[in-house]
Ligand binder design. Structure first.
Ligand code: TPP
Length: 278
């Protein structure tokens, strides 16, 4: 999928959106001591594309009945969603400052108590099942709302994911869009050394999904892939990503799953992110 669908202006806006999310995420994990910055940097371009170009929502009315549903199943990367919600004006930017502190609604794993978040996640392997139920309810009500669920590849090792995949195909949920953040790493190592998910695309295809594959850091490819609708079949976009993307000392370095940046590392990371998205 190499056709550029975005104008220069649209591309610039998405880049700035992603940059602002990442820079805030670095600041927030530095200040709070929370983990998962590698996972956040991995999926931010996808999250920015969804909120910037794909999802239908009403900032004034987060429960608008015509809205699309987004579930961040990889809930440990919830900071990216909080920052995106702040950028679009769904929550206040100043709320980000309380992240991961006592009394703040912005918990470490994403919480539905935050305006604009549909469901709480963090226990991996549950987001897709929830998304299947919601997508089916839209079908029963003959509504055209779309459902998007973003998962990790390590998360795809959960058996519950594949039960939900089978049901989605059985129910012909063409309003369901799965995105896999395919960084090939998980919490403590490479996916291939834990449960090998080689040929992930082929696996989804064998279960009956419409399968697309893209560079998860290329906004044109993301928009092209996420815009595909395939009648009578659920779709999956396997988005190939790099854990820690945009910060040289975090990229593909498993330590940054749990480690949080100190002041010096955060300053260096922010500088590199400014350059990366320039
Ligand atoms: C059911 C469950 N088991 C274990 C964990 C602990 N855990 C948190 S993040 C993570 C890694 C998941 O890997 P992946 O989905 O690939 O995410 P990424 O590598 O992008 O962070 C694990 C095992 C969890 N949150 N939920």
């Amino acid at each position: 999928m190499s056709n550029d669908c975005l104008s220069e202006d649209e591309l610039k806006k998405l880049k700035n959106f992603a940059k602002d999310i990442k820079i805030n995420a670095v600041k927030m994990t530095c200040k709070s001591g929370a983990s998962h910055i590698g996972a956040i940097l991995s999926l931010t371009d996808i999250v920015a594309t969804l909120y910037g170009k794909i999802l239908h929502y009403d900032v004034k009315n987060p429960k608008d009945e015509n809205r699309d549903i987004f579930i961040l199943s990889k809930g440990h990367a919830g900071v990216a969603q909080y920052c995106a919600l702040a950028e679009i004006g769904m929550i206040e930017k100043k709320d980000l400052e309380g992240y991961y502190t006592y009394g703040s609604l912005l918990s470490g794993h994403v919480s539905h108590k935050v305006r604009g978040v549909e469901v709480s996640t963090g226990s991996l392997g549950h987001g897709l099942g929830l998304a299947v139920g919601i997508a089916y309810s839209f079908k029963l009500d003959k509504k055209s709302n779309q459902v998007y669920v973003l998962m990790g590849d390590g998360e795809c090792e959960e058996g519950s994911v594949w039960e939900a995949v089978m049901l989605a195909v059985q129910l012909k949920l063409d309003n369901l869009h799965v995105i896999v953040d395919r960084n090939s790493m998980q919490a403590l190592g490479d996916c291939k050394d834990i449960i090998d998910l080689d040929n992930l695309e082929e696996r989804f295809k064998a279960f009956g999904f419409n399968v697309l594959s893209c560079d998860g850091h290329n906004f044109n490819e993301l928009v092209n892939s996420l815009s595909v609708l395939c009648e009578h079949k659920p779709s999956v976009v396997v988005a190939h990503t790099i854990k820690g993307k945009g910060v040289s000392f975090m990229e593909n370095n498993i330590l940054w799953h749990y480690r949080n940046p100190n002041q010096e590392q955060a300053a260096q990371a922010i500088k590199e992110l400014e350059d990366y998205y320039a």
